[in-house]
Design a protein around this ligand. Structure first.
Ligand SMILES: Cc1cc2nc3c(=O)[nH]c(=O)nc-3n(C[C@H](O)[C@H](O)[C@H](O)COP(=O)(O)O)c2cc1C
Length: 182
């Protein structure tokens, strides 16, 4: 059962992407996984909704093949990133039906704690998702800069991700879930 991870931050050194990688690291090495960094997709194809572009087509196929879709986004202007929206808009209408979806968000403050729930969840639902795991929101202060991984999430965030994944369809590592090598 495959996992696809969508990194929705426009930033190169991204906290939400670091959190996404924590999640990917929690699964056994044998679990097929693909990380799609949306900022690396061709910008013109994204803004022109060019679903015939080769990279966009491949990304759509990778989403279609996944059983678990993990989506990470920064909170911008009280919502999820525009970059993420440009990609979600290119997915077929029922793209998330039959899949579990875990949404992760990072924001500068707790003021937009519910942004994933009020802004992103309706979109996931419109795309057919019926198994949406508990969302995980973390603030910037819950990350520590790391020379290798960019940022490392604090334990309380990692534990919340582990609890959300416990309701998911795929087995986690038996020991030290979500641990990243220091
Ligand atoms: C254009 C822009 C808009 C932002 N708007 C918000 C916001 O409305 N609420 C919030 O809590 N943080 C906001 N932030 C802060 C980011 O959400 C926060 O730093 C986040 O962790 C960045 O994630 P990233 O490192 O994955 O890009 C904003 C940052 C930028 C650059």
């Amino acid at each position: 059962m495959a996992i696809v991870a969508l990194a929705g931050s426009p930033s190169a050194n991204s906290r939400s992407t670091a959190l996404l990688r924590h999640v990917l690291a929690a699964f056994p090495d044998t679990t097929p996984r693909t990380e799609i960094v949306l900022r690396d997709l061709p910008a013109a194809a994204l803004v022109r909704a060019d679903v015939d572009d080769a990279a966009i087509r491949q990304a759509r196929e990778q989403v279609a093949a996944a059983r678990l879709v993990v989506i990470a986004t920064p909170i911008y202007k009280a919502s999820y990133s525009g970059l993420l929206k440009t990609f979600l808009d290119l997915l077929p209408q029922d793209a998330l039906r039959g899949k579990a979806v875990l949404a992760l968000g990072t924001g500068g403050s707790a003021a937009h704690l519910l942004a994933l729930d009020y802004a992103l969840k309706p979109v996931l639902s419109a795309l057919g998702a019926r198994h949406i795991l508990d969302t995980v929101y973390a603030v910037d202060a819950q990350f520590t800069p790391h020379p290798l991984h960019g940022h490392v999430a604090h334990d309380e965030v990692v534990q919340r991700v582990a609890r959300a994944l416990a309701e998911g369809p795929l087995p986690l590592r038996a020991a030290s879930p979500l641990a990243l090598a220091a």
